[in-house]
Design a protein around this ligand. Structure first.
Ligand code: FAD
Length: 670
C-alpha cells in the first residue's frame, strides 16, 4: 500500500545499535509515567556476530545498574592480562617482552569482558521490553526520509516540533546481501565498515518497491544512526577530522596455532610485517586485528575487493611467524580505514540529539566506540525522561552536550596517539626517529588503561554537578568525603543491611530507576548527638518543604524521584531498627533503606566510610545522579545546599507535591 499516516511520539530513536538500544532501555523506566518511545532501524537483520565486542569496566557497572550484569558475565569472555610481543633486538625473532593486567586492579568490581555487539544490543532491548511491558520494541526495515524542525516551538515543552517521514522497506530492501555469509558460514562486515562512503552505504538500502510512508511527530529525536549518520546530515552538522593511510583487517576465527598467548589479549609488533592485536572472545573464538599491507592516500577510498579473509589471514601469519596460524572456521571478517573524526555539535535546539558513532569515529582497537556510544545515551536519556515527565527543567538537557563533548574530544585524542603507536613499525637502531618506541607504546597502553576502562570521566561544574559553584549556585564540601570526587562515578563499597545482616554492594541497592539518590552517612549514631543530628535531617526529609516532598508528584511512590538511603557507622547490634527515624531513614514496609558500615558474617568488613574518606564523627550527604555520577557532597546540616542544588534543575510537582507521609507510625516492640 502507498499512503501516509501521522502519529505522535515523545522520543523517536533512529538506529538500534548500542547507542540506540541503550537509549531505549534508559527511557523504558519512564513508560509507566506515560512516556512513549519508538526505535527505527533501516536494517531488517539483527547482528548475530562480529562488530564491536569489548565491554569496559564502566559499561559493566552500568549493566549492573540496569540489572542484567549476571547474564553478560556468564556469556562473555573476561580478559585478565595483556602481553606485549616484539622483535628481539639481537635476532629479530618475536619474543614476549612484557605483561600487564588488562584492567587496573582495584579500579572496579568488573573487568573488561568480551561479548559481541549483537548480544549487547539484545540484552538492552530485552531489558527495555521488560520494563516497558512490551511497549518498546525496535521497528526494523524503517528508513527515515525527511526531518524538519519547527523552530518557533522548540522552547514549548508540550510541543512536537519535529516531523519525520519514515518509509517502510521490504525485507529484501533492508538486508544487504553481504551480511548473509558465504558457503563456509563466514560473514562479512564490509557492508557497514568505514571502507564504504555514506553514499555507497545508503545505496544498499534502496527503495525498489512503493511502500508505506509514515509521518511521525516527535518531541525529541535521538540520532543513533552510526558513523554515516543520516540524522547528522539532516541537521547540517559536519564531522571534523582526518583519515590516516593505515588499513586494518579483522578476523573472528577458531584458531589452530602454536602461539602460546592466543587466549590473552596481545599487542604484537613484528619487525617488518606489521602488527596484530589478539582478543580472546566468547565461544572459543579469537579476534585478530591485523594491519594490512595496503597504503592509501588520505582522501582516497580503499579497494575493498582486496580485503578478503584469506588475505587478512595470510598477513597475520607473516606477523606471527615463526608461530603457525591456521583455522577451521572464520566466523566474520571486516576491514577499516583508520580516521579520527568528531562532530561539530551534539544536536540542535536540545530537541534533536546525536549520540555514539554519529558524533565520534576512531579506530576500534582501543575498544572504546561501543562503550562511549552507550555511555552517551546513558547520560542523555535519564535527563530526557525527567524533562518529558515534567520533573526537570529543559535546561538540564544542555548538560548532555556539555558533558559528552569533552569525553568525545578526549577519546579522539587518545585514539590518535594509540593507533599511531599501534600502526607504526618498531624503532630499530637505524631509524629511531621514525619507528615506534615500544616502551612508550607499553606506557601509553598502561596509562591509557584508566581512560579505556571508562573511569577517567569527571564532569565539570554545571547545574547538576555542584563542585565549586562556578556554574551554578551550589558548592560542595568535598572534604567530607575525601576519596569521592564530585563529577565522577560513585564507586561501590560493601555495606550490611541493618534489618537482615546480609552484606550487599551499595551500588546494587541503588540500581537505575531514574531516581536521584541521597546517600546519608550520619556517622556513629550510637552517640546521642549524632543520632539527634540524623533525626533533624530526617525531619527535614519528611517535611513538605524537603526536596523529596517538593519534587515528587503525589501519585508516584514517595521515593521514586529522590530516594534517601542511609549508611550509619554505629555497631549494628547496638541499635534497633525502631531507634531510627521513620519513614525516610527506616521504613517498616521497605527494609532496604538502612545499612551499616561494619563487619558481616560471611564477607568481611567493607569499611565503606574509610573507602569514601568519610569521618564517623562528621558524616556526609552524597547526592548520586540517576547515572551514578556524583552531583553534590555536603553535610547533614546543609539542607539549604540540598534545596539550592535541586532547585537549579528540578520543577516542583504541579499538584503541590507529596502531602505528607502516608506510612503509619509503627510502635517499636516492647
Ligand atoms: P552503530 O553500531 O553503527 O549502529 C547504528 C545503527 O543505526 C545500526 O543498527 C544501523 O542499521 C542503523 N542506521 C544507520 N543508518 C540509519 C538510517 N538512516 N536510518 C535508520 N537506521 C539507521 N567499540 C568498542 O567499544 N569496543 C570494541 O571492542 C569495538 N570493536 C570494534 C571492532 C570493529 C571491527 C568495529 C568495526 C568497531 C568496533 N567498535 C568497538 C566500535 C563500535 O562498533 C561502534 O563505536 C559502535 O557500534 C557505535 O554504536 P552506535 O550505536 O553509535 O552505531
Amino acid at each position: 500500500a502507498n499512503g501516509t499516516d501521522v502519529s505522535y511520539v515523545d522520543v523517536a530513536i533512529i538506529g538500534a545499535g548500542p547507542a540506540g538500544c541503550m537509549a531505549a532501555d534508559v527511557l523504558s523506566r519512564f513508560t509507566d509515567r506515560g512516556l512513549s518511545v519508538r526505535v527505527f532501524d533501516k536494517r531488517s537483520a539483527k547482528l548475530d556476530n562480529g562488530q564491536a565486542d569489548g565491554l569496559n569496566s564502566r559499561t559493566l557497572e552500568i549493566f549492573e545498574s540496569l540489572g542484567f550484569i549476571e547474564s553478560v558475565e556468564k556469556e562473555g569472555s573476561r580478559m585478565s592480562e595483556i602481553n606485549f610481543w616484539n622483535p628481539c633486538p639481537d635476532t629479530g625473532r618475536l619474543v614476549r617482552t612484557a605483561k600487564i593486567p588488562d584492567t587496573i586492579p582495584g579500579l572496579s568490581r568488573f573487568q573488561q569482558t568480551i561479548l559481541h555487539q549483537g548480544r549487547v544490543e539484545a540484552h538492552l532491548l530485552q531489558d527495555a521490553a521488560t520494563h516497558s511491558k512490551g511497549a518498546i520494541l525496535p521497528e526494523r526495515s524503517m528508513l527515515p526520509e525527511s526531518l524538519e524542525i519547527d523552530e518557533s516551538v522548540v522552547d514549548d515543552v508540550d510541543a512536537y516540533p519535529i516531523t519525520l517521514t519514515i518509509r517502510h522497506l521490504s525485507d529484501e530492501e533492508s538486508n544487504p546481501s553481504g551480511y548473509k555469509g558465504d558457503e563456509n558460514g563466514t560473514r562479512s562486515g564490509l557492508f557497514r565498515s568505514s571502507l564504504l562512503s555514506a553514499a555507497e552505504e545508503e545505496a544498499l538500502y534502496k527503495k525498489q518497491q512503493e511502500q508505506r510512508v509514515e509521518t511521525v511527530k516527535a518531541k525529541y529525536v535521538i540520532g543513533c544512526d552510526g558513523a554515516h549518520s543520516w540524522t547528522r546530515r539532516q541537521l547540517g552538522v559536519n564531522m571534523i577530522g582526518d583519515q590516516t593511510n593505515f588499513v586494518w583487517g579483522v578476523l573472528d576465527m577458531k584458531p589452530l596455532t602454536n602461539f602460546p598467548d592466543i587466549r590473552m589479549r596481545c599487542a604484537i609488533h613484528s619487525a617488518n610485517a606489521g602488527s596484530v592485536m589478539v582478543i580472546p572472545q566468547e565461544r572459543d573464538l579469537v579476534r585478530l586485528y591485523i594491519q594490512l599491507p595496503i597504503q592509501v592516500v588520505p582522501g582516497e577510498r580503499v579497494d575493498k575487493s582486496k580485503v578478503t579473509p584469506e588475505f587478512i589471514l595470510e598477513t597475520a601469519r607473516r606477523v606471527l611467524h615463526p608461530y603457525t596460524l591456521d583455522t577451521d572456521h572464520i566466523d566474520w571478517f571486516t576491514g577499516y580505514h583508520i580516521g579520527q573524526r568528531l562532530t561539530e555539535s551534539f544536536g540542535k535546539h536540545n530537541r534533536v540529539f546525536l549520540a555514539g558513532d554519529a558524533c565520534h569515529t576512531h579506530s576500534p582497537k582501543a575498544g572504546q566506540g561501543m562503550n562511549t556510544s552507550m555511555q552517551d545515551t546513558w547520560n542523555l536519556c535519564w535527563k530526557l525522561g525527567a524533562v518529558i515527565t515534567g520533573v526537570a527543567k529543559r535546561e538540564l538537557l544542555q548538560t548532555y552536550s556539555d558533558e559528552r563533548q569533552v569525553v568525545a574530544k578526549t577519546l579522539i585524542d587518545f585514539d590518535t596517539k594509540f593507533s599511531k603507536l599501534f600502526s607504526g613499525k618498531p624503532a630499530s637502531a637505524d631509524d629511531v626517529d621514525d619507528g615506534v618506541d615500544l616502551k612508550e607504546f607499553k606506557d601509553v597502553f598502561a596509562t591509557g588503561n584508566l581512560f579505556a576502562a571508562g573511569m577517567s570521566i569527571n564532569y565539570t561544574d554545571s547545574i547538576v554537578v555542584g563542585k565549586d559553584g562556578s556554574k551554578g549556585a551550589v558548592r560542595s564540601r568535598p572534604e567530607l568525603a575525601s576519596k569521592l570526587a564530585v563529577g565522577e562515578r560513585f564507586f561501590s563499597a560493601q555495606v550490611v543491611n541493618h534489618a537482615s545482616a546480609t552484606a550487599d554492594q551499595l551500588t546494587t541497592r541503588i540500581p537505575y530507576t531514574g531516581a536521584f539518590r541521597i546517600l546519608v552517612f550520619p556517622g556513629d549514631v550510637a552517640k546521642p548527638q549524632l543520632m539527634q543530628r540524623l533525626e533533624k535531617f530526617a525531619a527535614y526529609l519528611d517535611s513538605p518543604e524537603s526536596v523529596v516532598s517538593k519534587y515528587t508528584p503525589s501519585n508516584l511512590p514517595r521515593w521514586s524521584i529522590i530516594d534517601p538511603v542511609t549508611i550509619h557507622a554505629a555497631e549494628r547490634t547496638s541499635l534497633e531498627l525502631y531507634d531510627f527515624p521513620q519513614p525516610s531513614i527506616f521504613h517498616p514496609h521497605n527494609y532496604k533503606r538502612l545499612y551499616v558500615d561494619g563487619p558481616s558474617h560471611h564477607r568481611g568488613d567493607g569499611k565503606a566510610y574509610e573507602a569514601y574518606g568519610i569521618s564517623k564523627e562528621e558524616g556526609a550527604v552524597v547526592v548520586v545522579r540517576p547515572d551514578q555520577y556524583i552531583g553534590l557532597i555536603t553535610g547533614l546540616e546543609d539542607t539549604d545546599t540540598l534545596d539550592a542544588y535541586f532547585a537549579q534543575f528540578m520543577l516542583p510537582a504541579k499538584d503541590g507535591g507529596f502531602p505528607g507521609s502516608k506510612v503509619p507510625k509503627v510502635l517499636p516492640p516492647d
